[in-house]
Design a protein around this ligand. Structure first.
Ligand code: BV8
Ligand code: ZN
Length: 253
């Protein structure tokens, strides 16, 4: 029974979602864009405007200038504390209530999926809310929101255990991804019926392999992005638009 075709969602995708036993939602910075959180590629502001995030999000940059890098993350954390989940995050929670199994895999370091109600989110690039000691990896409990009226450097806290520097709990370029989360993400991609790739430019490896893995395993893959994404196979679709506009359309009966 072909489903009625709505605004931008092809009927075959709605059918596949309706029949799916396991759906994966794979997100990048674009899913948080409508929460007012700038994506990684957006021009960095203020103090960091002169830096390329690819240079700043590295252990080398942190060791070279700990206050510059820690200040950047505290500035971003403060903005995230003020941000709210958007209709995209909420639609993912609603979709999870309608399918037998739904796995959220995110490249993002924010907690907006969790705050919207998603459970067991796989964070491939860590979390900005779980800092740890750079030297002894002892977790560090952030007790307050940073008071930063403007972007500025901020010396990182010192580890009470070994006097080392506290670092953000994110995966920097050149650092290995958390093995357990990555393996779980690959397994989910290989065993799902539909994978929705939401708000990612598909540049950063090895996360960028996830949609291709699902496609190779016979799943439908839909890219949801204001930029049209290249589609190589018949079961790969590009839904051009904002996540907060398109994801709610997938919920229609
Ligand atoms: C590793 C945490 C090895 C930090 C991040 C050369 C070739 C290939 C690979 C490499 C290479 N040189 C180096 C590498 C490896 C490197 C890599 O991939 N580099 C790339 C840049 C070439 N990868 C690594 O280093 C990884 N580690 O390989 O380790 C290893 C192995 C064993 C032992 C030791 C080492 C680590 C990668 C993780 C880096 N950390 N984040 C932080 O956040 O500060 S990744 C960072 O970039 C973000 O987390 C994000 O996930 C990612 C991409 O950022 P963005 O571009 O902003 O986001 P996104 O791509 O999602 O783009 C936004 C999209 O949203 C756009 O498409 C836009 O159109 C869309 N959009 C906008 N608005 C909306 C929207 N979509 C929907 N709705 C909207 N409203
Ligand atoms: Zn320590």
């Amino acid at each position: 029974m072909m489903r009625k075709n709505c605004l931008q969602v092809p009927a075959e995708l709605l059918n596949a979602l309706h029949k799916a036993k396991h759906v994966v939602v794979f997100t990048g910075a674009g899913v948080s864009a409508e929460s007012g959180v700038s994506t990684f590629r957006d021009a960095l502001t203020g103090l960091w405007a002169r830096f390329d995030p690819l240079q700043l999000a590295t252990p080398e940059a942190f060791l070279a200038d700990p206050a510059l890098v820690w200040g950047w993350y505290e500035w971003r954390r403060q903005l995230l504390l003020k941000a709210q989940p958007n209709p995209a995050h909420h639609a993912i929670v609603k979709l999870a209530q309608r399918v037998p199994k739904l796995t959220v895999i995110t490249q993002n370091v924010d907690d907006l999926h969790e705050r919207a109600g998603s459970a067991d989110v796989l964070h491939l690039h860590g979390s900005i809310f779980n800092p740890r000691c750079f030297t002894c990896t002892q977790p560090y409990v952030l007790t307050h929101a940073p008071e930063m009226s403007h972007e500025h450097a901020l010396a990182p806290p010192i580890c009470s255990h070994c006097q080392g520097m506290i670092r953000p709990g994110v995966v920097w370029f050149g650092e290995a991804l958390p093995q357990v989360a990555l393996e779980a993400a690959f397994t989910a991609a290989e065993n799902c019926d539909v994978l929705l790739s939401v708000g990612t430019s598909g540049v950063v490896q090895p996360a960028a392999q996830i949609p291709a893995l699902a496609l190779r395993s016979g799943a439908w893959v839909a890219h949801i992005n204001p930029e049209a994404m290249p589609c190589r196979q018949s079961r790969e679709l590009s839904l051009v638009g904002a996540a907060g506009q398109i994801l709610p359309l997938l919920l229609q009966d």
